[in-house]
Design a binder for this molecule. Structure first.
Ligand code: GLA
Length: 740
């Protein structure tokens, strides 16, 4: 997040005004290098190169990596714009973005900053896409009215492209309507409602008209129109509820027309819509019919079966050594000898019964399909506690997510104490009163227990790491019943800096060491590497017997982050995934997240969330829910619990998908499935809705002509001849296709 300055009063909304007096400048003087003298208005920049501030410097003949460049914009600001303004408290500077980080000076005074510069306390941090809108107090702003002003930008770029880009310099006084805000909220009831709330934060009464339409973006049809005249005093709001259909995409469009000026503000919002059909009440198995375990390791597996409870589980030919809990479908016990053990499990309730032939494969390999579960990081961050973990785990059971295979319950960073016990064993902090109790409780429910550490002295969150105590820690994990270890490089960076030869072996070393001790434990511990993809971890993850490896830095709940991690960074990694070995593009960012006690709804739009889950199933990625499950809504449950979508993720062939068509903003990714068919994600990565002629691309897939086609989210068969699909911006059509 951008640092805030005393001068900055408010973050501006995207509602800028048309028609009011606005000063716009696109040209700047430019010089590479770094010199604080260049912030001063008196400096002579007449010999500097001219540059356009809306396009990166690479486009204009400058390639500067790990380097600084300065821009100086000269602008005359007429006093009349302030005199004529209705709102005289602030003046607004909307500025180009700074790639990757930088500072802005107005007549020599620092007025804004994005990211972190190399010399800064926290070190370099990119904020290349951060908006730069600054509201300066009019009576404090260092402005030379009716004369030359210099806005100087000190920009640091780490890697191409770099420099200022995006928008020109725009300076204006706020208009009355800048005080208007729009908020949208959704309510479920007999009729589903979306309430548009109009607010006014400015000390003038806003008089105008608000019009809210509900439309179907697919056909362009307007489904309803609601009009209202408003007279809004400061800090007052007015609510306009409108009905919409949440079983498909609807758009709620609001236009506010300011009475006196006729100025219009508009905003569109897509409420969450649920495509996944409700599960039948009768039992249905939602799992891959196979489970891998090592000889002698405890079998911990809960049959994921949806349907009304109570449900009764029975088995036939259950191998000796295994047990099946009749109430919750949890498989227990152990098998000492290698081999495939096949038996039948039946689930029965008041509405019917279902059976599955299931194989426990006792051998060297675990995680035959990619892991599914929950991790505390994306919701609670360092504020995680045992209570919070148990509350999400309980919700995984109560809300039916365990019936879809979500079984790992992983505690991320911040369970560790500040100091080890006197005997060197790892100690927990007081948020985790009973680790063994937690493990036992999870196992009794057929769930699995995950934990987090670092090969270094400290974790990323500043808690104790495992260095020099790897054996002891692995033993502690075993004594608590740990089934999953996320081992996060972080603090090891300091150790690594001491290495003379920074070759691949140096990256491998700490992971090999922990692997040795994990494998000495009499239980299966899923080994999850987290070192952000350094030294092509996908090439040697298997060598350290890792079950998955993070391929990138941390994900966050924005389109840019998900797009970059999911689409750009995974595209070439498909050859490295297979049963037992998975690429991990990081945890899910749906539901309520926040990396702290302050949770919020994921900032991804509903379509971006469909894209996110679709892509992660195609990628055979770890599917670790990152939200507080106790607060999960039915939209998010629909995203996570679609049995046909999840069947792609859990497909036993274990192949990772790849992009097969890239046509402008359209990408088609395919994943080959064990039944000979293909899962195809048809993604619209552009910022406009599109109607896609899928027929055009079938040939390019090179599998022959279409035999059958099914919409996976909607669970409906599709025509094999009518192939035109509406795909919303950042959205997806997810199909399963077989060919002849
Ligand atoms: C790193 C990891 C995250 C999380 C935090 C915990 O940033 O990549 O997933 O585990 O550390 O501090």
């Amino acid at each position: 997040m951008r640092k805030r300055f005393a001068l900055l009063l408010l973050a501006l909304t995207s509602l800028t005004l048309a028609g009011a007096q606005t000063i716009t400048v696109k040209k700047a003087a430019f010089q590479k290098g770094d010199n604080m003298e260049w912030s001063k208005p008196s400096f002579d920049d007449s010999k500097w190169q001219q540059m356009d501030v809306t396009r990166n410097w690479d486009d204009q003949g400058q390639v500067l990596n790990n380097a600084f460049g300065w821009y100086r914009v000269h602008v005359t600001i007429p006093k009349s714009i302030a005199d004529k303004a209705e709102q005289k408290e602030t003046i607004l500077f909307d500025l180009p973005k700074m790639d990757d980080a930088g500072e802005v000076y107005l007549n020599g005074k620092l007025i804004g900053k994005t990211g972190g510069l190399p010399g800064d306390k926290g070190g370099y941090r990119s904020a290349w896409n951060a908006p730069q809108s600054y509201a300066l107090k009019l009576n404090e702003a260092p402005i030379n009215w009716d004369a030359d002003n210099v806005l100087a930008f000190r920009v640091y770029n780490a890697g191409e492209p770099g420099g200022l880009f995006d928008t020109p310099v725009t300076i204006h006084m706020p208009h009355r309507t800048d005080g208007i805000s729009f908020a949208f909220s959704e309510q479920r009831g007999k009729k589903d409602l979306c309430t548009v709330t109009l607010g006014n934060s400015y000390p003038v009464t806003q008089k105008g008209t608000v019009v809210v339409t509900v439309s179907d973006p697919e056909t362009g049809a307007t489904l309803s129109t609601t009009k209202k005249s408003v007279s809004l005093k400061k800090d007052k709001t007015v609510a306009v509820p409108v009905a919409y259909d949440r079983s498909k995409m609807n758009a709620i469009n609001v236009t506010y027309t300011d009475g006196p000026s006729g100025l219009q503000l508009t905003k569109s919002y897509i409420p969450k819509y649920i495509l996944t059909p409700p599960a039948p009440l009768a039992p249905r198995f939602n799992n891959a019919p196979v489970f891998g375990v090592r000889p002698g390791s405890p079998v911990i597996y809960r049959f994921p079966v949806s349907g009304e409870r109570p449900m009764k589980f029975t088995s036939s030919n259950l191998p000796e050594g295994l047990t099946l809990n009749a109430e919750n479908g949890a498989l227990g016990g152990k098998l000492e000898r290698r081999g495939n053990y096949t038996f039948t499990v039946t689930a029965e309730n008041a509405h019917g019964k279902a059976s599955q032939e299931f194989t426990v494969r006792v051998g060297s390999q675990i995680a035959l399909t990619p892991p599914m579960g929950w991790n505390s990081w994306n919701c609670w961050g360092l504020s995680v506690s045992q209570e919070r973990v148990m509350s999400s785990a309980q919700a995984i059971i109560d809300k039916g997510l365990a019936d879809y295979g979500y079984c790992y319950i992983n505690v991320d960073d911040a369970w560790e104490a500040r100091e080890r016990n006197a005997d060197g064993t790892i100690a927990v902090n007081d948020k985790f009163p009973d680790m063994k109790g937690l493990g036992d409780w999870l196992h009794a429910n057929g769930l699995k227990f995950g934990i987090y550490s670092s090969p270094g002295d400290y974790t990323c969150g500043g808690y104790l790491g495992s260095i020099d105590h790897e054996k002891q820690d692995a033993e502690s994990y075993n004594s608590w019943g740990v089934d999953y270890l996320k081992y996060d490089w972080c603090g090891y960076g300091r150790e690594f800096d001491k290495e003379k030869d920074k070759n691949t072996a140096a990256y491998v070393r700490p992971y090999l060491l922990m692997e040795k001790y994990l494998r000495e434990q009499p239980r299966d511990i899923f080994y999850s590497l987290c070192q952000y993809g350094m030294a092509n971890v996908w090439e040697w993850g298997e060598f350290v017997d890792a079950n998955s490896w993070r391929t990138t830095g941390d994900i966050t709940d924005t389109w840019a982050s998900m797009y970059n991690i999911g689409f750009v960074r995974q595209a070439k990694l498909y050859p490295y995934a297979k049963p037992g070995r998975w690429n991990d593009p990081d945890m899910l960012i749906v539901g309520k997240v926040g990396w702290s006690s302050n949770l919020r709804d994921s900032r991804l739009t509903p379509d971006e969330q469909y894209t996110h889950i679709t892509l992660w199933t195609i990628l055979a990625a770890n599917m670790l829910i990152g939200c507080d499950v106790s607060q999960i809504d039915d939209f998010t449950i629909g995203l996570l619990c679609n049995n046909e979508v999840n069947a792609v993720h859990q497909d036993i062939l274990g192949k990772q998908g790849k992009p097969v068509v890239i046509d402008g903003d359209l990408q088609i990714w395919e994943r080959e499935l064990s039944d000979g068919s293909y899962a195809l994600g048809i993604f619209n990565l552009g910022s406009e809705n599109q109607t896609v002629d899928f027929g055009k691309y079938v040939k390019q897939l090179e599998h022959g002509s279409l035999k059958s086609l099914r919409d996976l989210w909607r669970q409906q068969d599709l025509s094999t001849s009518e192939l035109s699909y509406f795909i919303p911006t950042h959205g997806v059509k997810y199909v399963k296709a077989s060919f002849k």
